[in-house]
Design a protein around this ligand. Sequence first.
Ligand SMILES: Cc1cc2nc3c(=O)[nH]c(=O)nc-3n(C[C@H](O)[C@H](O)[C@H](O)COP(=O)(O)OP(=O)(O)OC[C@H]3O[C@@H](n4cnc5c(N)ncnc54)[C@H](O)[C@@H]3O)c2cc1C
Length: 440
Amino acid sequence: MSNKKIVTVVGGGLAGCEAAHQISKLGIEVKLIEMRPEKTSPAHNSNDLAELVCSNSLKSDSLENASGILKEEMRQMGSLIIEAADNNRVPAGKALAVDRTKFAEYLTDKIESNPLINLVREEFKEIPQDLESPLIIASGPLTSESLSESIKQLSDSDHLYFYDSISPIIDAESIDYEIVYKASRYENGVEEEGDYLNCPLNREQYYEFIEELLSSEKIETRDFEKGIYFESCLPVEVIAERGKDTLRFGPARPVGLIDPRDGRMPYAVVQLRCENKEASMYNIVGFQTKLKYPEQRRVFRKIPGLENAEFMRYGSMHRNTYINSPELMRPTLQFKNNDLLFFAGQILGVEGYVESAAMGIISGINAAKVVRSEPLITPPRETALGSLIKYITDAEAKNFQPMNINFGLFPAVEGKMRKAEKRKLIAKTALDNISSFINP
Ligand SMILES: Cc1cc2nc3c(=O)[nH]c(=O)nc-3n(C[C@H](O)[C@H](O)[C@H](O)COP(=O)(O)OP(=O)(O)OC[C@H]3O[C@@H](n4cnc5c(N)ncnc54)[C@H](O)[C@@H]3O)c2cc1C
């Protein structure tokens, strides 16, 4: 790492390939280090770069969807990942789905044939203390053990996580405020922190909900994910399996949550906690889950007050290595206390193929700019890219959880307007902003 003119990128996944491509576009040499095939991850099956480890869908390509806006911004910024997806797409309605083999081959070929990129197949084990040129860590959700250990030491062990335990997040506008009520738990003379919205369940509603939860379809736990749960953070359906009343003595405990409208304590209460400063999103407290996405929509809509809930992010529990970005990262995707250290991809606490690649664009450009001694960039707040970066660097550090792009992350649109109109306006504002950002 003595050559000051090169950038080193660790991880030839979606973010790493994107970052390497962006760096080379700015005329800077890249050393891209990928551990496969020397060492493989528990989810990857091939030796190709940018392998899609699960679904072959990069989600919606429509501007009516937040993911579609993000993709369009990435297209405009010359994203290699989106180029590969556009060139290898398969019919999937409004979604951008790809032939996964051709997609990965296309990217591998582009990287291998790029004269400015030197692809090295070895495990990168340790972040040097005294970096002399920019280093981007894009080693993904299944970062190797030695590198995880090195990140842990660098970042303080409390700021590195090894699995997602995510509760669903719903749009505040889709909650029925005739049914839910505001109250914080008051128990033993102590009020709990923060304002909660409470969904009251009577006896009949509670047991009906438990039946639905128990009979719902779940995602299978893969071998390498077994044993990741802590007792204090079990999936909601596992809690319910332990006994029909276990949930109402756990996350759905009604104690101290008197409904101010009738002065009574419901049989059970599902709590919603505000997710962002704008109060446009709420998470269902303690409802981390492995229910399949359509099942989450069906079953959680049985909770009184959530009959029309719009899900901004579904709950999940899977293995995932990520850092506490609000604590550690700057909006340039530089580590707070090291100008030469960047992170990109899922390890930053974004969730999904497209979001991970999107972070590779910004880290890549900024690492190259460090070499060129140019000012670094952060996309405007009004864009999807800017909103995602704002979330990962400005969310509440204490409860930081990975996030995919969704409309709740964009700046709120003021004024009375139908949801579709609001979304159209958000899309237009984002695309106007990204184009004036690219061509000032
Ligand atoms: C089981 C599983 C299923 C998933 N399903 C989906 C899905 O359906 N849809 C979706 O959008 N997202 C899914 N994700 C998330 C998905 O992995 C990410 O969205 C995306 O792949 C992240 O891109 P990335 O570049 O950050 O990491 P990756 O694409 O994982 O790339 C990281 C690369 O770094 C390499 N690497 C790791 N450690 C080292 C090291 N020490 N030295 C050198 N190289 C190293 C790895 O081999 C890998 O090639 C899933 C994740 C997992 C674990």
